[in-house]
Design a protein around this ligand. Structure first.
Ligand code: NAD
Length: 482
């Protein structure tokens, strides 16, 4: 078992590991068997105050004065150190989130990749000179917001920290990170690694704790200049309201009900692994999970049968067994997901995966479930389940497919499977979502690819260069010199 090489009962504030002001802790649970992993700090408003103050001090001190090149070098060093510790980070994440080791490892590699990408980009964001009236020189500067707040969920802690904190630091902001109470070990590990890599004190501060305590204190804090939130629609809406009181910009990365559209001319051999994997990856606890598979009627039965075959071959078990699917994060999440399955009504369970016999009884396992024959307006086809459940829905024409695809409150990601080039182009425009994938799904999750939602999936973009614009403010300078 990987040793925890930092003290998880402490917050990381101003470059110091400090006990939370109220001295309280929370117990972290291993979702694979329900046993306690360790105690973690239960930060509260006092700790958020201290973290925001430390971040402000960092902006006025060494961190705020560093040239972009040096910020980039530090990020790149953090990335190298993450790579050196990939196996340890993967083991921590697997234990904390319950994800199979190989998936946890991929997340650690992605965290390193974010640091490399943003480290290299730090000195490549330039302002412009703007042609203007005679006697003027006008140019623009990209400046940091100041102190940025980052509230992240438990499902992909390393990836979300990479894309959000990584981009914020690149632009010279000082960050206060509130990881999820269900899984925060890699957030603290990241702080320890950043410290080792020489990140100046106060540039990154981490305060673990409950959403309604530390999270609410951060989102409503008058000293924060930007908030990045990834999580549920309900909490996202509260965060936006809290930020509005301080007139602070917000990036919201919320949920989804993302479709993959499969037309009769699609290459099914290529599509099938993507159709299933995008539903069961991380036990379906993925904001961009493809939870709706829309299939043209003439191939509907064939696709359902071939997906079912794959479902029956999937193995579910503890993270350390490194099977296809791990447990859900908590007993509560399991209750929510199984509650959805109770609503099946006229729908039909076509296939379920196997939970291995030696999966610990205390783990939160739900067998991935393939559901056919629900109508597009059924709750299983409309609401985010956030578990390993996919619905397969038939359609007849391209217009029907677009209407069903766009017929939810969400718009995060979509996949289109067809070899008709004109249809690919029409659908890419017609579908309302932040990302569209043609004859693939997710494109390997590239850190370069801007990501974010439309509708209730949120607003603002993270990842890629686009995030660097979001984590900075444009200033226009107009000099009159005659
Ligand atoms: P959640 O909204 O309950 O929690 C997310 C974070 O918000 C946690 O750190 C939590 O402590 C904090 N929080 C909770 N209440 C708060 C409050 N009142 N004030 C401030 N912070 C508060 O979500 P969850 O259950 O942890 O995550 C699942 C949801 O996240 C799903 O809906 C999923 O789609 C979404 N998600 C979206 C993306 C994306 O990039 N779009 C990525 C991952 C997860």
């Amino acid at each position: 078992m990987t040793e925890i090489w930092f003290d998880p009962t402490k917050c990381f504030i101003g470059g110091q590991w400090v006990a939370p002001a109220k001295g309280q802790t929370l117990t972290l649970e291993n979702p694979s068997d329900g046993t306690p992993i360790c105690e973690i700090a239960r930060g509260t408003a006092e700790d958020i105050d201290a973290a925001v103050a430390a971040a402000r001090t960092a902006l006025k001190g060494e961190w705020g004065k560093l040239p972009a090149l040096e910020r980039g070098r530090i990020l790149t060093r953090i990335g190298q150190k993450v790579l050196e510790r990939v196996d340890e980070l993967a083991a921590l994440e697997a234990r904390d989130v319950g994800k199979p080791l190989k998936q946890a490892r991929a997340d650690a590699v992605a965290l390193a990749r974010y640091m490399e990408f943003y480290g290299g980009a730090a000195d490549k964001i330039h302002g412009e000179t703007i042609p203007y009236l005679d006697g003027y020189t006008v140019y623009s500067l990209r400046e940091p917001h100041g102190v940025t707040g980052h509230i992240v969920p438990w499902n992909y802690p390393m990836q979300i920290i990479g894309r959000s904190v990584g981009a914020a630091l690149t632009m010279g902001n000082a960050a206060v990170l509130k990881p999820a109470e269900e899984a925060c070990l890699t957030a603290l590990a990241f702080a320890a690694i950043a410290e080792e890599a020489g990140l100046p004190k106060g540039a990154l501060n981490v305060v673990p704790g409950l959403g309604e305590e530390a999270g609410a204190a951060l989102s409503g804090h008058a000293g924060i200049n930007h908030i990045s939130f990834t999580g549920s629609v309900g909490v996202g809406s509260m965060i936006q309201a809290a930020a509005a009181k301080n007139v602070v910009p917000v990036t919201l990365e919320l949920g989804g009900k993302s479709p993959q559209l499969v037309f009769a001319d699609a290459d099914l051999d290529k599509a099938l692994p993507f159709l299933v994997n995008a539903g069961i990856q991380n036990a379906g606890q993925t904001c961009s999970a493809a939870s709706r598979i829309l299939v043209q009627r003439e191939i509907y039965d064939e696709v359902v049968a071939r997906m079912a075959e794959r479902y029956r071959a999937l193995k579910v078990g503890p993270a350390v067994a490194d099977l296809d699917v791990g447990p859900l994060i908590s007993a509560r999440q399991k209750e929510i997901v199984t509650g959805f399955l109770d609503l099946i009504g006229d729908g039909r369970i076509v296939a379920q995966a196997e939970i291995v016999g030696d999966a610990p009884a205390g783990g939160h396992y739900v067998a991935p479930t393939l559901v056919a024959d629900v109508t597009p307006d059924h709750r299983l086809a409309q609401e985010e389940i956030f578990g390993p459940v996919q619905v397969v829905i038939p359609f007849d024409t391209e217009e029907d497919a677009i209407a069903i695809a766009n017929g939810t409150d969400f718009g995060l990601v979509a996949g289109i499977w067809t070899n008709d080039g004109g249809r690919q182009m029409r659908l890419a425009r017609a579908i309302s979502s932040g990302q569209v994938f043609i004859n693939n799904y997710g494109a390997g999750g590239g850190v370069e690819l801007p990501f974010g939602g439309t509708g209730k999936s949120g607003h603002g973009r993270e990842k890629g260069f686009e995030a660097l614009y979001g984590f900075s403010v444009l200033k226009t300078v107009a000099a009159h010199h005659g």
